[in-house]
Design a protein around this ligand. Sequence first.
Ligand code: HEM
Length: 400
Amino acid sequence: MADITITTPEDARECYRHKALRQALYDAGEVVMEDVVVNLHGDEHRQRRRLENRLFRRDTFFEYEREMFPQIIQDTVNPYLEEGRAELVDFGHQLMMNLAALTAGVDRPLGTYEETDRLYDYLTSFIEGATLGFYTGDVDAKRTEIQEKLEAFDREFLEPGIELRRELLKKFENGDLDEKDLPRDVLLVLLRNEDKVPMTRESLRREIAFYLLAGAHTSATALTRVIHNIFKWLETHPEDRERAYSDKVFLQRATHETIRLQPSSPTAARWALEEIQLTSGIKILEGDRVVIDLETVNRDKASFGDDAEEFNPNRELPDGVSPWGLSFGQGMHACIGQDLAAGLVFDTNSTEEDHLFGLVPVAVQTLFLNGCSPDPDNPPEMDDSTTRPYFGKYPVIFTK
Ligand code: HEM
């Protein structure tokens, strides 16, 4: 058994699409990830994904971005604007959790600060669960703690959410409720189809916890990095300052460029279920682990140019190359939330009014349009509880 590292876009694409390569990234994180969609394979995966695809459609994304997200973003950012400062790591997770909760189907009936704080605490545990393989402390103790948190989350948030949705579905079946008045979230989709694709309570709990963290953590990490990259860019490109503080398309491009250079998940990993030979000649034996090194794949000079290593929000790309590289994966596990998170590429046919920007660009826009700049008295710090390069603290001030 060997580790085979993949470093070219062609090999990476072929691996992502190969049916004999099975998810391997979350083996240590099974307390949350055991049977969630990104960890299923073959028919089981296809069944679950097909259901969830019903929700993750462009018309739903437009509805989220136009009608449902703006209020959540405003409510989350307002207290920070009043204070004139924010710590971005915390702010980003709060904001993205509020948005991900809506998508996953985690309600907050009380609507209090304390309730949101408790959900945030659960989310932090789920993130630790999924990334347990990179944890630097006592892994067994952490796993037990996370299982307890999952059960407490179920009692406080999931159970009431299930009861409410079952009542709504009953009303819908009796003709007392319109389809359009059903919540548009993952929990509803799974409950609505439980006769066709049954799930145990534990599986349902893990799936919703996973959606909460898949939506929140990736997007929140990206948010802090985009802001950081733009601050750094402006130090050497003062001519772009005005665009950074007013141009929504520039900010979306900066987001895509950041996701390319610093993928939320720097590697993808797969177990080989049989012997495989890639078109390039690379041989993979049964039981080998294939590791797709996204940081290298996404810096391919043939696709991104000689300055592929650099952050450049004004980068011109050849046709057919996506600006985020392979950071959203491809093939069967390709990110279901890609358009929701990063929007669509703005091209010559796009207009700002009709464009889907994506929730990370929209959050970046909210911060820059309010004059976000580095806090001169408090430099950013890295997070030393994990071997992954995350910021621990990123203080900013608002100058508008
Ligand atoms: C910047 C933001 C995001 C990034 C970089 C990202 C990245 C990824 C990547 C790389 C994968 C594939 C993993 C693999 O092949 O092993 C993935 C899968 C997935 N993502 Fe995202 N993601 C983001 C945002 C979101 C959001 C907002 C949601 C939910 C609303 C989401 C839900 C999912 C789900 C459910 C899967 C599993 C799909 C499947 O296995 O069929 N992601 N994401």
